[in-house]
Design a protein around this ligand. Structure first.
Ligand SMILES: [Zn+2]
Length: 205
């Protein structure tokens, strides 16, 4: 009840450090009293921030809770913390609590990001105009062939949260092994572009 009053009057309940269960009871309580949950949990309100910080320690449970109450903007913000959590960690309870729509959005966030990375890995370095030391055949073998082999290995491990450091440690040695300096430049440019593209892929539901 105390928390419900806090919610109703927008007092900051952070000093009480409520547990996730208490927050869940509070949201249910607001419903029971016929008070709209969206108002006290609007962006920028103390309760909104409290749920966001709770998501740092209990991401899946907090996501399930806010989805259960259709708190859309909180669900979107919290989903960013879920890309690092493999979906097999989802419990039946959490799935039931968040409901099919938010569950589907979470699954597609993971699948979508993984597929996007696999697609990005398929783009080969551009290479350079043929020279006497390094013609088109050399580039196909040494630059593009080596890139494809490394990309295929990384594609096996690709997931929604593949770190930039893994992309670098996969492709930088490929670039460094090239004897042609123009091929090396082309490979490094492709790595740079790949990392930029990967870090800008949508990371929320
Ligand atoms: Zn070359």
């Amino acid at each position: 009840m105390n928390l419900i009053l806090h919610a109703f009057y927008d007092y900051d309940p952070t000093n009480y450090r409520p547990t996730l269960d208490q927050l869940a009871n509070m949201l249910t309580g607001l419903n029971t009293y016929g008070l709209p949950v969206t108002e006290p949990v609007a962006p920028g309100k103390p309760l909104y921030n409290l749920l966001l910080s709770t998501a740092l320690s209990h991401p899946l449970d907090t996501y399930a809770l806010v989805c259960q109450h259709h708190l859309e903007s909180l669900a979107v913000e919290i989903s960013h913390h879920l890309i690092s959590i493999p979906l097999h960690n989802l419990s039946d309870e959490q799935c039931l609590s968040m409901g099919p729509v938010y569950l589907r959005r979470l699954v597609f966030l993971h699948l979508g990001r993984t597929e996007r990375l696999k697609k990005l890995l398929k783009d080969l370095p551009d290479g350079h105009p043929p020279t006497r030391q390094c013609d088109a055949v050399d580039q196909k073998r040494d630059l593009k062939g080596a890139w494809e082999a490394a990309a295929a290995t990384l594609a096996w491990e690709a997931n929604a949260n593949t770190p930039v450091s893994l992309i670098q440690s996969t492709f930088l040695p490929v670039a460094d092994r090239l004897t042609c300096s123009e091929c090396r430049t082309s490979a490094k440019e492709r790595i740079r572009k790949l990392i930029v593209d990967w870090t800008t892929v949508k990371s929320t539901i």
